[in-house]
Design a protein around this ligand. Structure first.
Ligand SMILES: Cc1cc2nc3c(=O)[nH]c(=O)nc-3n(C[C@H](O)[C@H](O)[C@H](O)COP(=O)(O)O)c2cc1C
Length: 83
């Protein structure tokens, strides 16, 4: 993980937030000073609560705006990744 500055973290929304295994992942590495960009799929919920919860749990991490990518097109994915 040391070689990465920007990390995209993807997950399905479970009970309006990210599954707890994502917390295990976030706590398994030193993300301090790195940029983390969340993305998710869902059955209809937004990603907002997941992003809020991640920011609250890991204030030392620089989170960028997360994005829900339900049925995203290739174009949307490329825009999201900055390509
Ligand atoms: C335990 C569990 C909880 C879920 N909670 C939500 C939820 O709160 N809101 C929602 O929109 N979808 C919820 N879902 C649906 C998943 O977000 C959805 O199935 C998933 O994003 C689809 O990704 P997949 O095609 O890779 O499985 C839940 C699914 C499971 C299994």
């Amino acid at each position: 993980m040391d070689q990465y500055e920007i990390i995209y973290v993807g997950f399905p929304i479970w009970w309006y937030t990210c599954p707890t295994i994502i917390n295990t992942f976030m706590e398994s590495y030193d993300f301090k000073g790195k940029t983390v960009i969340p993305f998710a799929t869902s059955g209809g919920s937004t990603i907002d609560k997941a992003c809020k919860d991640l920011k609250a749990s890991y204030p030392q991490i620089n989170f960028k705006q997360g994005k829900l990518l339900n049925r995203a097109t290739k174009k949307e994915l490329e825009e999201f990744c900055g390509k």
